[in-house]
Ligand binder design. Structure first.
Ligand code: G
Ligand code: G
Ligand code: MN
Ligand code: NA
Length: 254
């Protein structure tokens, strides 16, 4: 069978699950998590998004799949919001361009929130630079409507795309995510260190929050903390895990 047919079947058979990678502040307190999609294939085991997201986008299956992700993520957000220790957590959800471009997107997000009973202020959508720049007027309109309801926005993989600073200023963003490509070689490549520093300063000057992704070592974290980075995500802190395995990690770490 083709990957497309397999994906269609997997969606019907409920073979997708969300894992959650916790995000922390500089003091080691959990701030929330990013939802990361996994395909639990009955024969092949766990399949990562790199193997199927592109096909899901090309075939349009990303629309029902992305909608499933929104519903599942909001249900999890609601569970956290009802638990005192996690009530303040934000949940970040990745959104594909094709999904975001549909006229129904805003309604689907609001429906997922309504079905779950989750407070929209806990939901953060991760968009990419290429998505944002495709049709900036309709992008801003979608974002404004959702923001009015309380939903936040993070710009994923920041620094790898083509955002001009003029565009960045127009977009109603809340957070920049420093791409892990820049974090990886922070200590061996002075250019990457300079880029990470520039993104942190840019975020501060634009009044945005900033989070570093792919933080794997204490040295990377310490550099980023010194430069003023506020939030952290990466294997140093926590791996993506099923929700029921997060609880013991939601407390201070490294
Ligand atoms: O762990 P990781 O392999 O999960 O994620 C790889 C890539 O897949 C990331 O760039 C992430 O943005 C993307 N991704 C993960 N989950 C989702 C999802 O639910 N929807 C979309 N559109 N992309 C996702
Ligand atoms: O949406 P995005 O591309 O940012 O998705 C995050 C991706 O980064 C996921 O594939 C996730 O599993 C992966 N990831 C998260 N933390 C780390 C890390 O510390 N190191 C590496 N190499 N990958 C990470
Ligand atoms: Mn992401
Ligand atoms: Na990213």
């Amino acid at each position: 069978a083709t990957l497309e047919a397999d994906l269609r079947e997997a969606l019907a058979a409920q073979q997708f699950v969300l894992h959650y990678q916790l995000q922390f502040d500089a003091a080691g307190n959990a701030l929330g998590a990013e939802a990361l999609l996994r395909w639990q294939h009955p024969e092949r085991g766990e399949i990562l998004p790199g193997e199927f997201i592109a096909t899901a986008e090309e075939t349009g299956l990303i629309v029902p799949l992305g909608n499933w992700v929104l519903e599942a993520a909001c249900a999890q957000l609601r569970r956290w919001q009802q638990a005192p220790a996690q009530a303040h957590w934000k949940l970040a959800v990745n959104v594909s361009a094709r999904q975001f471009r549909q006229p129904e997107f805003v309604d689907q997000v609001l429906a997922a929130l309504a079905h779950s009973g989750a407070d929209a202020h806990g939901l953060k959508l991760e968009l990419t630079e290429s998505l944002l720049l495709e049709d900036i007027d309709s992008t801003i309109a979608h974002m404004r409507t959702l923001k009015w309801h309380g939903v936040g926005f993070a710009l994923d993989d920041f620094g790898t795309g083509y955002s001009s600073l003029a565009y960045l200023k127009q977009l109603p963003l809340d957070e920049l995510k420093i791409d892990r490509d820049f974090v990886r070689d922070l200590h061996s490549d002075p250019n990457d260190a300079a880029i990470a520093r520039a993104i942190i300063n840019l975020a501060a000057n634009l009044g945005l929050q900033v989070i570093a992704e792919g933080v794997e070592t204490a040295a990377q974290r310490d550099f980023l903390v010194r430069e003023g980075c506020q939030s952290f995500q990466g294997y140093l802190f926590a791996r993506p895990l099923p929700a029921d395995r997060l609880a013991p990690l939601g407390t201070p770490t490294p």
